[in-house]
Write a protein that binds this ligand. Structure first.
Ligand code: SF4
Length: 148
């Protein structure tokens, strides 16, 4: 028997709801913008976490998303799927003060949702070099790798 629309909506609803703009501003302003940024070191794609959070704190969501997506083209998906409790949020220094870590994933989602919802194009292709490339595997690792 097919599921009702109500059940389908429930099954596909977000487990963690997105942050409101005010909640994102409050959390972004709790960040200490650590110089050594253990959150960035813990991120497999080394997103500059304090840089993107600082841009959210100053209302620059477009710039924030650019920092995220420049390091990780899958930043929008990773904001939802990464095991942040053992990566960036697990490394946040606020844990050492028995405080809640910065909501890095939800902030990342806040910025990347903004550019998608507003259909903003952040990057332009460079001039053609006449060369061709092949992505071996074509999975997330291959697609988000930079040429050496
Ligand atoms: S470790 Fe926590 S407080 Fe420090 S920059 Fe990263 S998110 Fe901000």
């Amino acid at each position: 028997m097919p599921l009702s629309e109500e059940q389908l909506a429930k099954n596909f609803a977000d487990i963690a709801p997105p942050l409101t703009n005010d909640a994102a501003l409050v959390d972004a302003n709790k960040c200490l913008f650590c110089h050594d940024a253990p959150c960035t070191i813990a991120c497999p794609t080394h997103i500059d976490v304090p840089a993107f959070i600082k841009k959210i704190a100053s209302g620059n969501l477009r710039g924030s998303a650019r920092v995220i997506l420049d390091a990780n083209p899958f930043g929008h998906s990773c904001a939802r799927a990464c095991p942040v409790e053992v990566l960036c949020e697990g490394a946040c220094v606020l844990n050492d003060r028995d405080e809640q870590p910065i909501k890095i994933a939800l902030l990342q989602r806040h910025a990347t949702d903004y550019v998608l919802e507003h259909k903003l194009r952040l990057f332009q292709p460079g001039p053609s070099t006449g060369k061709r490339v092949a992505v071996v595997g074509a999975g997330p690792a291959g697609l988000s790798s930079r040429p050496a």
